[in-house]
Design a protein around this ligand. Structure first.
Ligand code: HEC
Ligand code: HEC
Length: 291
């Protein structure tokens, strides 16, 4: 295990305490418990329970698995104890509310709820309840997504396509669009209009590889080789998705400012197409011009 520097810049050495969140059935029947339950419901069915802020078809739990409880799937209890924190993404100290707002803008391809909105209050209540009894200001075991070592071979689209066909296509579909039954999303989209946008954390290939290795194929985490996880992450993020909300009209400038060519494919040519050049605008069905 390597030394850990906290989000606040404190060197924590190898100290990573273990923590287990409270039993899911133990949410109290109190006014506070009601907020916790609403927060959980928003987390599990986000477009239904926070419709004004979500532009795609995903739920928070699509990536933060087991209702935000699972280790190595960026669990909420581990996140709760790390805020407020400085973030390089926006170069200032973020409150937990601001961190949550970012999830709506990017992962959910939507609009940020005001910090005092009930949606944010309920999500914070759910996180606080999950973290009950945890120490604050430390990186708990299982926080975030467990980074993989650098790949032996450079991640590759064609190899990734094969990994995808063998391990992912069954649920996420040949076109990456996932599957819905009676309008209810069952398997989330990996790219295209209903997926996370170009500003989201998951479009970074190291982050996607880490998530996939630990959590996919569903129910068979940690069965792909590291190389397969890198290759399929590259393949997945080598497809177009909704525009980066920070887009200023120029793919080249947006690429330079926000997309490090070593970690993501925005602005790069894949199969003859520049990714980001023809992206649908940010915002999905929340857009005024969307039907
Ligand atoms: C497409 C996958 C995806 C979806 C959907 C998603 N997230 Fe995340 N989330 C991530 C990734 C990836 C990160 C880590 C980003 C980074 O690299 O910093 C993250 C980080 C977070 C963090 C900070 C974790 C930490 O330890 O600092 C919180 C809190 C969070 N998400 C909450 C939410 C909430 C609430 C929603 C729904 C409104 C949501 N996320 C939807 C992928 C997702
Ligand atoms: C058995 C069905 C199944 C298989 C096979 C599967 N997934 Fe998933 N995947 C899911 C489900 C369901 C979720 C959402 C998890 C949840 O809601 O609890 C998900 C979530 C995801 C997410 C985060 C959400 C999103 O849409 O971006 C990614 C990325 C992902 N899967 C990639 C993969 C990759 C890559 C493979 C192949 C290596 C794979 N999955 C195989 C069912 C599957």
């Amino acid at each position: 295990m390597s030394s850990v520097v906290s989000a606040q810049g404190v060197d924590l050495g190898e100290y990573r305490p273990k923590f287990d969140p409270p039993d899911a059935h133990s949410i109290p029947d109190t006014p506070f418990g009601e907020a916790v339950k609403r927060g959980q419901a928003i987390f599990l069915k986000t477009p239904q329970n926070a419709p004004n802020f979500v532009g795609n078809n995903m739920n928070c739990v699509s990536c933060h698995m087991d209702a935000g409880r699972r280790k190595d799937a960026s669990p909420l209890w581990a996140a709760y104890v790390l805020y407020p924190a400085y973030r390089a993404k926006n170069e200032h100290v973020n409150t937990l509310a601001e961190r949550l707002q970012g999830c709506f803008t990017y992962s959910m391809n939507g609009q940020k709820p005001p910090a005092e909105d009930q949606v944010i209050v309920d999500l914070e209540s759910y996180m606080y309840w999950l973290a009950r009894g945890a120490p604050t200001g430390v990186v708990l075991e299982g926080q975030g997504f467990k980074r993989l070592p650098e790949p032996a071979q450079k991640p590759d689209y064609v190899r990734g396509e094969k990994v995808y066909a063998q391990n992912c296509v069954l649920c996420h579909g040949a076109d990456g669009q996932g599957q819905s039954v009676n309008g209810h999303m069952v398997f989330p989209a990996l790219w295209g209009d209903q997926s996370y946008n170009w500003g989201a954390g998951m479009q970074s290939i190291p982050t996607a590889a880490a998530f996939i290795k630990a959590n996919m194929p569903l129910g068979h985490g940690n069965t792909l080789s590291d190389q397969d996880a890198w290759d399929v992450a590259y393949y997945m993020n080598g497809h177009d998705r909704p525009q980066d909300p920070r887009f200023n009209g120029s793919v080249e400038e947006t690429q330079k400012k926000y997309h490090d060519a070593k970690t993501d494919l925005y602005g790069q040519k894949i199969n003859g197409k520049v990714l980001g050049a023809d992206s649908v605008p940010h915002g999905g069905r929340l857009r005024k011009d969307a039907s």
